[in-house]
Design a protein. Structure first.
Length: 265
């Protein structure tokens, strides 16, 4: 096609980072920590701003974490030429994505496609995002993927291998996953009760087709504490600053309450 289609980006960051925090002793969102000077969330989101046709961005976050998410996005929120939404996610990833899609739909923009991206994938390149978007415009849906090269076995509950699995048709799927906007919205709304389904599964179950582009081993997802080299040091400093910020915000709120009480008298 001769032009980039209008598309939106949904960045999913509403999870609780439970595996990441398992051994840290703190509850910190992995997306808010930094890699080489920028937060994981910033890096997951920024490549889309380099693609013509970006019409809107919606970032999901845990309820009550809107302010932390805003800070983690750094200067991306300063781009005021397109709508930039930060919304609380749901109890499941599917609920979070569906809510984001419905909010984007309410903007009444001519969005043709949507890219759904893990907020914990900080190594996405614009080229991979463009390749996925371009393929989706031909096939309706597309995602980066890598073929499995290791031997695959099935392991029983007793701890013994009981079956060999043919790997010739197996792939590891990454994000961003790009779909026709109206079709993926329809798929999510029809499967609102099936929170276990991922986006591609929902899309296919709704009767649409999805293909793949060549993914990248570099496009990995932050999952464990060891995935960020200086995570433990960052967490300590982050928790300290977060508590200072909360105390400051509480003091400001109390001051406003006192001022209102004085005005009423």
């Amino acid at each position: 096609m001769n032009r980039f289609p209008l598309f939106a980006a949904v960045i999913t960051a509403a999870g609780r980072s439970e595996r990441f925090n398992k051994n840290s002793g703190h509850q910190v969102k992995k997306e808010y920590l930094k890699i080489d000077g920028h937060t994981v969330l910033y890096r997951a989101c920024e490549p889309f701003f380099e693609i013509p046709g970006l019409a809107a961005v919606c970032v999901t976050c845990p309820d009550g974490c809107e302010d932390e998410t805003f800070v983690a996005l750094e200067d991306l929120t300063d781009v005021n030429t397109i709508p930039f939404l930060i919304i609380p996610g749901g109890k499941t990833r599917q609920e979070s994505v569906r809510t984001a899609l419905e909010r984007l739909d309410s903007l009444s923009l001519d969005i043709e496609y949507v890219a759904i991206q893990d907020g914990a994938r900080p190594y996405l390149t614009p080229d991979l995002a463009i390749s996925t978007l371009a393929t989706a415009t031909v096939c309706g849906g597309a995602a980066p993927a890598i073929r499995i090269t290791d031997s695959v076995k099935k392991l029983g509950k007793d701890g013994f291998i009981y079956e060999n699995v043919d790997r010739s048709e197996l792939i590891r799927v990454q994000t961003p996953q790009v779909f026709r906007f109206k079709d993926i919205l329809k798929a999510h709304e029809e499967a609102a009760e099936d929170g276990a389904f991922d986006d591609i599964e929902l899309y296919i179950n709704a009767g649409f087709r999805c293909t793949v582009v060549q993914g990248s081993e570099e496009n990995r997802k932050i999952t464990y504490l060891s995935d960020i080299p200086d995570a433990e040091a960052q967490i300590g400093e982050y928790v300290k600053k977060r508590e200072e910020g909360r105390k400051s915000a509480a003091a400001v709120r109390r001051m406003r309450e006192l001022m209102m009480e004085t005005e009423e008298e």
